[in-house]
Structure formats: structure tokens, C-alpha cells
Design a protein around this ligand. Structure first.
Ligand code: HEC
Ligand code: HEC
Length: 358
């Protein structure tokens, strides 16, 4: 099954090494300045040296998400994207926003097995978290959107999600008083309130939804006390059993695809629906595992409730290996060390709150 575990666009290894080095710098700086004060125990030093035995396939989560040249992350764009993310007028009924299915105060998910959108219609897939999506090389369970900008146009138009046409969306935002916010966020555009700019602003906001500082990142930065013994045991097993062959990089997934035999016969063909190639039947994006302890239910169809069971399924379907209960527990303990620090996201003040529009 590893035949189909191919990478979409792995950066050349020199780029990876450089990025890892740059990403380590802020961690070293933090320790030097003694600002790790909110931790209960004073941690052992983050030496910048990866502890012995840790696979070079892992990378720390970068502190910032790079923006594409045509959509710089400016304060005005982030502010507008923040409003739009919470804007229920972007759905036909006026009650569903991005935050309905990606609750940013609760790990960026809806905690349902599959999403419910417009007209209480059930979708067929589980809502993945929006946190750290900026680092994914392919968006969606089948990787069909390459960028956050492209992704954001999907749900607004999807019949089972928000169900608006681009023209309707723009007209609604216009009458809701968004004009000046678009003008400020896109000062070079004569016509700033466009559907394309809706997507750009939302993507700029999403690039701020990052969760650095997970115990695993501190461990990678050389703080050997950041993981418990059980977590270190789980990390070893995650590497030795072969999970790391698929779940690697800064997101422990999110950049390649693999066959998922567990999906066979359940109707979702995965990537084959995107590429129209039989070889991609039941191939899905290798799921990213950042914050996975908080993002159940699991798998593209949300068919598995517990992380324990998800690990067992992975062992059986991807590695033909049956783990003991202790082995499952230690892998789960390791996965819990991938939970980072979530930023506080407030509910924004929407334009009509100023009373100038409907
Ligand atoms: C009705 C629930 C619902 C709404 C509303 C919704 N989403 Fe989603 N979102 C989903 C589901 C389900 C998926 C996965 C779909 C798939 O893979 O085919 C998804 C996928 C995503 C992803 C990809 C993450 C990944 O890991 O691949 C991002 C980013 C995202 N949504 C952002 C948004 C934004 C921005 C909005 C508002 C414009 C939004 N969503 C509205 C349910 C929803
Ligand atoms: C051959 C590649 C491959 C290997 C090896 C692999 N996985 Fe996965 N993993 C995937 C794919 C693909 C998915 C997404 C499945 C889907 O679409 O539902 C996934 C999903 C997951 C999920 C669910 C994530 C979520 O958000 O729903 C967990 C947890 C997980 N893997 C853990 C592991 C562990 C632990 C191991 C080792 C025992 C492992 N995986 C081995 C490819 C792999």
C-alpha cells in the first residue's frame, strides 16, 4: 500500500533543512529571554539539538505561515477575513458561518461525524480542523484544493454547506456594509469587493490560526523533559512501526496520499473522484495529526469515535499490524503531545453592528 504514498510537492531537502533551522530560532530566543514562564515546571533547556533517535522526517511547526506573493498577510486582510469567517450572511439561510463547522474556540471542528449545513443537509465527510491548515500542501480529505484561497470558495457555494452563488455572496456583503473593509484590505483594487477577495481575506485570517508550542515541538527543540516516558515510548513505536513513513513533516501528514483499505465499499472513492484514475480508488490525503487528540471523530467519514480505535485501524489497514492495548496507549500518549497552544480568537464585531447597514 506504500506504492501510493506519494508526495504532492515535497520541497527540496535543502529548503526543509533551512526552514527547520529558521523555525528553531524563535524557540531558542524564547528560552534565552526566559519567557517560558507560563509553564508549570521550568523546562530543561531547549538546546536546539534534536534528541537522539528522533526521525529526521519530523519538522517543528513553523511559528508563521508563509503567504503567497499575491495575498500578503496584512492586518486589514486578517481583520476582514476574521469577520467573514464568522459571517452567517455567507449562507443562504443566514445562520451558518465557517465557524459553525470549524468552531475556532473548540479546536476548529464541529465534533460531528459528518458536517450538517444548509437546510440541515448532511454532508458525507467529517469537518477537519482549520488550525494549521495553512501548512497543508493539499486541502480537503482528497486534497482537491491546492491553496487556502481556492479552498475558501468551495464551502460558500456547496449545496450542503452554505449554498450561495458568488454573485449573491458579494451582493449580500455589499448591503451588509462590508465595502469600506474590502477597500482597506485591498487598497490597490479598483473593485475591491469581489468573490476572489472574499477568499483571499479568509485565507489571510486562516494563516493566523496556528498552534505552536506543542510538547513535541519543544522536544524536537531539545527539551528532553517535554515528553513523558509513555510519550517517548509512543514516539519510538510510531517510528519503528512505520507510521512516520506516511505521517511526517511539520504536520505529520497533509502532503501526500495513500490508499485506505478501511474505506473500501463505503461509497467514498476518495482521490479517484478528483483524478478520474482507477489507481486512486480509496486513496485519501494522509491526514495531518497536529492536535489530533482534540479533533475526533476520526477519518474522512468520521466513522471512528476514539483515538484508540483510530490507531488500531491504522495499524491493521496501513501496516497489517495488530497492536497490544499497551502499544495503542503509548501511541495515543505520543499523539497527545501534538496538541499545541491555541490562540484566543474573539467573536468579531460585524459591520452591521455599527448600525449603518442591514
Ligand atoms: C457545513 C459545514 C461546513 C461549513 C459551513 C464550512 N466547512 Fe470547511 N469543511 C467542512 C468539511 C466537511 C470539510 C471536508 C470536506 C472534504 O474533504 O471534502 C471542510 C474542509 C475545510 C478545510 C480543509 C482543511 C483540511 O484539512 O483539508 C478548510 C481550510 C475549511 N474547510 C475552511 C472553511 C471556511 C473558510 C469556511 C467558510 C467559508 C468553511 N470551511 C465552511 C465543513 C464545513
Ligand atoms: C500508508 C500510509 C499510512 C500509514 C503507514 C499510517 N497512516 Fe494514518 N492515515 C493515513 C491516511 C491516508 C489517513 C486518512 C484516512 C481517511 O481518509 O480517513 C490516515 C489517518 C490517520 C488518523 C486519523 C486522523 C484524523 O484526523 O481523522 C490517525 C490518528 C492516524 N492516521 C494515525 C496513524 C498511526 C498511529 C499510524 C501507525 C500505526 C499510521 N497512522 C500509519 C495514512 C497512513
Amino acid at each position: 500500500m506504500l506504492r501510493s504514498a506519494r508526495s504532492v510537492s515535497a520541497p527540496p531537502s535543502g529548503v526543509v533543512a533551512l526552514r527547520s533551522l529558521v523555525a528553531l530560532l524563535p524557540a531558542v530566543w524564547l528560552v534565552a529571554c526566559g519567557t517560558g514562564a507560563d509553564r508549570a515546571e521550568p523546562a530543561s533547556p531547549e538546546t536546539g539539538q534534536r534528541p537522539a533517535g528522533v526521525s529526521p522526517l519530523f519538522e517543528p511547526l513553523p511559528a508563521e505561515a508563509p503567504a503567497p506573493a499575491d495575498n500578503p498577510t496584512t492586518a486589514e486582510r486578517v481583520d476582514l477575513g476574521h469577520k467573514l469567517f464568522f459571517e452567517p450572511k455567507l449562507s443562504r439561510s443566514g445562520v451558518i458561518s465557517c465557524n459553525t463547522c470549524h468552531v475556532v474556540g473548540a479546536a476548529g471542528i464541529d465534533a460531528r461525524h459528518v458536517a450538517i449545513g444548509e437546510g440541515a443537509r448532511e454532508g458525507t465527510r467529517n469537518s477537519p480542523t482549520v488550525f494549521n491548515a495553512a501548512f497543508l500542501k493539499a486541502q480537503f480529505w482528497d486534497g482537491r484544493a491546492p491553496t487556502l484561497e481556492e479552498q475558501a470558495m468551495g464551502p460558500i457555494q456547496a449545496h450542503v454547506e452554505m449554498d450561495l452563488t458568488p454573485v449573491e455572496a458579494v451582493a449580500r456583503l455589499d448591503s451588509a456594509g462590508y465595502g469600506p473593509f474590502f477597500a482597506a484590505a485591498f487598497p490597490d483594487d479598483a473593485d475591491a469587493l469581489t468573490f476572489e477577495n472574499v477568499a483571499k481575506a479568509i485565507a489571510a485570517f486562516e494563516r493566523t490560526l496556528l498552534t505552536p508550542g506543542a510538547p513535541f515541538d519543544r522536544y524536537l527543540a531539545g527539551d528532553e523533559s517535554a515528553l513523558t516516558d509513555a510519550q517517548k515510548e509512543g514516539l519510538k513505536l510510531f517510528q519503528d512501526a512505520g507510521c512516520v513513513g506516511c505521517h511526517n513533516g511539520a504536520m505529520l501528514g497533509g502532503s501526500g496520499f495513500a490508499g485506505f483499505s478501511h474505506a473500501q465499499g463505503k461509497g467514498d472513492m476518495g482521490r479517484a473522484a478528483v483524478t478520474q484514475e482507477a489507481i486512486d480508488n480509496y486513496v485519501f490525503r494522509i491526514a495531518p495529526l497536529r492536535n489530533v487528540a482534540l479533533t475526533g471523530p476520526y477519518f474522512h467519514d468520521g466513522s471512528v469515535r476514539s483515538l484508540q480505535e483510530a490507531v488500531e485501524v491504522m495499524g491493521n489497514s496501513q501496516l497489517k499490524r495488530r497492536f497490544t492495548a499497551e502499544e495503542v496507549a503509548s501511541i495515543v500518549a505520543f499523539l497527545e503531545a501534538l496538541t499545541g497552544e491555541f490562540p484566543l480568537i474573539t467573536h468579531p464585531r460585524l459591520p452591521r453592528a455599527s448600525g449603518v447597514s442591514r
